[in-house]
Write a protein of this length. Structure first.
Ligand SMILES: CC(C)=CCC/C(C)=C(\C)COP(=O)(O)OP(=O)(O)O
Length: 442
């Protein structure tokens, strides 16, 4: 199946190149010269060639406009690439019985991914309105155990959660990676997702949320500034670089981030690496807002929290989707406003699921974290149950809007975009599944 996709993609890339300016074509040829020696690498190179064509000055703009204008003209043939795959017997149970039977009749099992659709899903103790959410594409407890065990070994090495590794094990960030990235069976790539998420969460626990772990609002901003250095080393500055190095080595959270980002660099293109770094840094602006509110004892209005939360969400985790899938979504497509909005909607929906699951735990805290349920209850003067219902409605709206955007964007003749949005759909489903079962929220 991968070979078919690779051939289709190569054909499409050739058609695209034909309408580009000569310079862009040269760049495509240059990219092909560096071509892969194996099948996976060949697919990546075609995607890279497409990217090269897309950034060519005029050609790039024209190509992007063409891509976004839907399946007319040339696009009609390109639509063939991303079109529904023929039904594959046993597709939904492929991978050694790994996949659950899908409730939808037509399954796209192209390049290791498919859509099991969306559904109203019960959550918590079942007493609240259901969350409208994608159906989980894959539950594979064997693979989850393998990735989680590797993650715990890595955590032991870098030193995070040193005195609570059993709890860290039961939190299951490795299981989250397997649930949230159903289009990858590669334990090393799944480990990468698990490491990045565990490192982000370590920052959150050690610097922002957990007083027991040393988190304080006034130390948070300078600590986050060091995280940026751990992920993206600044240029050498003489003796100051050695001092920075010592600081980075002294803090297990920074060691974890450095190690996870080094792993990322082994699998991702420079543009993917910087996309992930910059998204992390943008998320920190919201963290500093929470820290200020916490320090001043202020309770923000819901609109203000929600605005901050939209940039502090599982959008950050979703930036890993194509890296873990072993391909690259063109930067100009990733940042196209319609794509960006859809991924932000999905990231925010997923983080509302987090707030719903953590509300009880956070309400019990002397100095509660910002949480949408608690803030709605405070602002509306209503019960936590009523506030949770409002949050559910908000979540469902984000998911439905994402779904509508995904359908509209399916007209764009880019197999990478289609796959990426399917990956976002998969992430929402996996995040839902994990929050309902992780020990972290019990
Ligand atoms: C994994 C990741 C991108 C973490 C960054 C921040 C984030 C969205 C969370 C850690 C989730 O928010 P919150 O701090 O409320 O999470 P917990 O309830 O502490 O799990």
């Amino acid at each position: 199946m991968d070979r078919v996709a690779a051939v289709d993609r190569a054909a499409a890339a050739t058609e695209v190149a034909a309408v580009e300016k000569a310079a862009a074509v040269d760049k495509v040829a240059a990219a092909r010269d560096v071509a892969a020696v194996d099948e996976d690498a060949a697919v990546e190179k075609v995607a890279a060639a497409t990217d090269v064509a897309a950034v060519g000055e005029e050609g790039g703009g024209a190509r992007l406009r063409w891509l976004l204008s839907g399946p007319t003209g040339l696009g009609a043939s390109a639509a063939r690439i991303g079109g529904a795959a023929p039904a594959v017997p046993g597709a939904c149970t492929g991978g050694g019985g790994r996949f659950r039977p899908s409730p939808v009749p037509f399954i796209t099992r192209l390049g290791g991914h498919f859509s099991p659709g969306y559904a109203e899903r019960e959550w918590g103790d079942g007493s609240f309105s259901p969350l409208y959410c994608p159906v989980t594409a894959r539950i594979d407890e064997g693979l989850a155990r393998e990735v989680n065990d590797r993650l715990v070994a890595w955590a032991r090495e870098v030193g995070i959660y040193a005195d609570q590794l059993d709890r860290f094990h039961d939190t299951g960030f490795g299981r989250l990676a397997v649930l949230a990235h159903p289009d990858s069976d590669d334990p090393d790539l799944l480990l990468l997702a698990a490491q990045m998420n565990a490192a982000w969460w370590a920052c959150d626990d050690y610097y922002a949320d957990e007083t027991d772990l040393g988190a304080t609002p006034t130390e948070l901003p300078p600590r986050l500034a060091l995280v940026m250095s751990a992920m993206d080393a600044p240029p050498p500055a003489g003796k100051y670089t050695a001092q920075l190095g010592e600081a980075l080595e002294a803090d297990p959270v920074l060691v974890a981030l450095d190690s996870a980002t080094a792993h990322l660099r082994r699998h991702a293109t420079p543009s993917q690496v910087m996309r992930i770094c910059n998204t992390t840094f943008q998320m920190y602006v919201s963290w500093t807002a929470y820290a200020a509110w916490r320090h001043l004892g202020e309770v923000p209005p819901v609109w203000r929290y929600l605005a901050a939360r939209q940039h502090d969400s599982f959008y950050t985790s979703m930036t890993l989707i194509d890296v873990v899938g072993g391909y690259q979504l063109d930067g100009n497509l990733f940042y196209d406003p319609r794509v960006h909005r859809a991924v932000m909607q999905a990231g925010t929906a997923s983080v509302i699921v987090n707030d719903l699951h953590s509300a009880a735990k956070e309400a019990a805290d002397d100095l509660p974290d910002c949480n949408v349920v608690l803030l709605i209850a405070a602002e509306e003067g209503c019960s936590l149950e009523e506030a949770a219902e409002t949050a559910v409605a908000l979540h469902n709206r984000f998911v439905r809007d994402f779904e509508a955007g995904q359908k509209e964007l399916a007209r764009v003749p880019s197999p990478e975009l289609r796959r990426f949005l399917l990956g976002v759909q998969g992430w929402m489903a996996g995040g839902f599944e994990w929050h309902g079962s992780s020990d972290r929220y019990k």
